[in-house]
Design a protein around this ligand. Structure first.
Ligand code: FE
Ligand code: FE
Length: 227
């Protein structure tokens, strides 16, 4: 039975190895797109950590006498692709930074899940050296997630919200011109978005009322979860 888990472990390792290599290319783009200096620095620092993580993964492969080889990680590819489409948007700097943090945290959470599994599996199979190396990577991913959280909560989200408020009036004017009420809950939730993403929301609503109803109910759902 352990043979089955060993194969699954090697597969997960290859997935993680490929994910880190994809992130090695994506992190400089996130750093370049960021405006706030501490955020730029956080992405650059994590780029350096990622290089070290790739080396440690190679040591993990060696410790279990397997060849270091990647296997395309679709999950991280999707997260990176979403991040890239955010970078193509015409957002004010604070909103862009808030969105880059969101993209970065998605990838950290994905990695935390992957390395959490890898550490547990290495431990249960008695691969102590592999478990130690993987745990050191897991701790870096957690620390990066916490740092991004601190940056978001420490001012970037608030700045993004106030720059969104500055053009909310213009947004409401556009809604009025399009013949839809701007006073509903969905409209008020858009106030924190930038003008560009608000325009996107407005145009996606052209397809019908269901979009707006969905937005409202998911907002209610989130509020209910918080309670
Ligand atoms: Fe990583
Ligand atoms: Fe990471």
């Amino acid at each position: 039975m352990e043979g089955g888990l060993h194969k699954a472990f090697v597969d997960e390792l290859r997935d993680a190895y490929d994910a880190e290599k994809q992130l090695l290319k994506a992190l400089p783009k996130l750093a370049k797109a960021a405006t706030a200096e501490p955020l730029k620095a956080a992405f650059t620092e994590h780029l350096e950590q990622t290089r070290g993580q790739i080396e440690r993964l190679e040591q993990v492969f060696a410790s279990i006498e397997e060849r270091a080889r990647g296997k395309h990680c679709d999950g991280i590819a999707g997260i990176i692709e979403e991040g890239q489409s955010v970078m193509e948007e015409d957002l004010d700097p604070a909103t862009m930074d808030a969105c880059l943090i969101a993209a970065g945290q998605r990838s950290e959470h994905y990695e935390i899940a992957a390395y959490g599994t890898l550490v547990a599996w290495a431990n249960v199979m008695g691969h102590t050296e592999a478990a130690r190396l993987l745990d050191s990577i897991l701790e870096e991913e957690k620390a990066t997630d916490a740092k991004l959280n601190t940056l978001a909560e420490g001012g970037i989200n608030r700045q993004a919200a106030s720059s969104g408020q500055a053009d909310a009036e213009g947004d409401e004017g556009r809604n009025a011109a399009l013949g839809r009420g701007a006073a509903g809950p969905a409209a008020s939730s858009r106030k924190s978005a930038s003008s560009k993403s608000s325009r996107k929301t407005a145009s996606s609503k052209k397809s019908g009322r269901s979009g707006s109803a969905k937005k409202t109910s998911s907002k209610k759902g989130r509020a209910a979860k918080r309670r």
